[in-house]
Design a protein around this ligand. Structure first.
Ligand code: ADP
Length: 268
């Protein structure tokens, strides 16, 4: 049964991932000891892609949960559901991952409330277990289970941060946008545009990233550059493609929009 579920969550084909530094080796060593790992970095810089790639490389199933502030512990752990025969327990994604030996990736974990986040604690220390209080069961994590969380330090306020008692359960790796040459290569490959276009898109992103903290909360992500490239590869005129993917999603402020448009016009 659990093999069947595990098969469902396997990453079937190799995801395209270009290592930026020694992150693959570091992750492999952490996984060998089943150390919980935290990936820190801005949105759209390759964290999720990296986890997918590592799950594929290690041959482990991957269960991803996008965290949000309305998420409760039951959304992670599971709950009793009513059906025609009465109540039936349904495992949540964290419980499933612990049972089948998956890598469980909690994306943007800081979005979840702290009383939700603490349910991961017993899985991240020597206990490697998950108490299902409502069901009265203690799930011992499968030997291959590993917990990975991502977190964007840019968004944090004092109200919204991980507790030290949570943070200090993880080895952490810093992620950032790849350097210009590598990022252009990634955009060219992912979007199917030529090297010249990819290079221009990356140059626009560099201009925008300098505006972070000066009117922009976050710079243009690698993900948005891939979107811009994809629109261009679909035959959309570059100015319109950039407007849709690099300007409009980023800001509602008319001055900032003009600044970004000017950056686009410099290159297209
Ligand atoms: P996040 O950091 O928000 O999890 P993603 O992993 O979804 O970001 O990355 C966004 C996109 O950027 C990916 O879909 C992929 O196209 C591209 N990307 C970023 N970094 C890399 C990389 N090192 N190798 C391959 N693709 C990358």
């Amino acid at each position: 049964m659990s093999e069947k579920i595990a098969e469902q969550y396997k990453v079937k084909t190799e995801p395209f991932y270009r290592p930026v530094s020694n992150e693959v080796e570091l992750y492999q060593a952490a996984y060998a000891r089943r150390m919980p790992v935290m990936l820190k970095g801005p949105t759209g810089c390759g964290k999720s892609r990296f986890v997918e790639y590592m799950a594929w490389k290690l041959g482990r199933p991957l269960i991803t949960v996008a965290c949000n502030e309305d998420m409760t512990a039951s959304d992670l752990v599971g709950r009793f559901l009513l059906d025609k025969d009465g109540t039936k327990w349904q495992d949540g994604p964290l419980t499933t991952a612990a049972r089948i030996g998956a890598i469980c990736y909690l994306d943007e974990v800081v979005e979840a409330r702290q009383d939700t986040t603490v349910v991961i604690h017993p899985l991240t220390d020597h206990r490697r277990s998950l108490p299902l209080d409502k069901k009265g069961e203690l799930v011992e994590a499968h030997k291959d289970f590993q917990l990975v969380i991502s977190y964007n330090p840019g968004y944090q306020s004092l109200m919204k941060d991980l507790k030290q008692s949570t943070k200090q359960r993880f080895g952490a790796m810093n992620f950032d946008y790849p350097d210009a040459v590598l990022e252009a290569e990634i955009v060219a490959k992912e979007a199917g545009v030529d090297a010249d276009i990819a290079k221009k898109l990356v140059q626009i992103a560099h201009r925008a990233r300098n505006l972070k903290g000066h009117g922009l909360d976050e710079g243009i992500s690698t993900r948005l550059l891939v979107y811009a490239g994809q629109m261009i590869a679909e035959g959309v005129e570059p100015l319109a493609a950039c407007q849709m993917t690099l300007v409009t999603p980023l800001t509602d402020d008319p001055d900032m929009r003009e600044t970004l448009e000017a950056a686009v016009h410099t290159f297209f």
